[in-house]
Design a protein. Sequence first.
Length: 228
Amino acid sequence: MAGKVSIVFAHGLWADGSCFNKLIPALLAEGHEVYSSQHGLDSLEGDVACVTRAINHVPGPVVLVGHSYGGTLITKAGVHDRVGALVYIAALAPDEDETSQDQQGKFPGMPVFEHVDVTDGRIWLRESGIGDFCGDLPPAEQKLVLATGAVPVPDLFTQQVPGTAWRTKPSWYIVADNDRTVNPDLQRAAAARMGATTHSVDSSHVPMLSRPDVVLDVIRNAAKTLAA
C-alpha cells in the first residue's frame, strides 16, 4: 500500500456527500485525494457499488469514512484490497449475518423515527424531526441539512450483501453521546465488537458538522496509521 493516503466518504440517510463539507477542505489542504460517494439510497447493493467506484477512482491506499448507514456501506465496500482503515461516525456496522435493521433492532428505537413519512416510495424526514437528527447545529444549518438530504427506499435496512471489512481491517469509531437517531448504546457496542479505537463526543447524530475538529483528528490518525 505504497503512496499517499486517499480518503473516501460514505453518507447516510437524509444526507448527501455535502455533509462532509467541513472536513474535506482541510484534508485536501493536507495533500490527500478526497472523494465523497454520492449514492441514491435505492438499494444496498447499488450504494455499495457507488462506494466501490469511489475507491477505484482515487489513488493509493484508502481510508473509508462512513456516517450512519454509511457505516454499513464501508463495512461491505471496505473489503476492497486498497482499503486499509475504516472510520465510523455514529454509524451502523452489521456483521456478516446481520442486516442494518437486525443491528438496530437489538436496541431501543430512537425519537427521530417518530417524525417520518412514507411518500412516493421513500422515507422522508419531517421538519419536526430535524432537532432529533442534528439539533446542536444552528437553525440555518439544520434547514440546509433538511433541504439536501437523500431519502431511502423503505426496505433499505433489511437488504443484505456479503462483506465485513472490520473483521480484518483496523477501525476507528466516533460515538455521538447525544444521538437521537442511532442509539449511542448501539454505537458503543459496535465499536467494542470490532475492537475499534473509540472516541466519544458530545454531539447529535452529525459530529462531522457539529464537531468537525474531533472527526478530523480521528481521520488524520487513521491516515497516519495506514501511511506508517
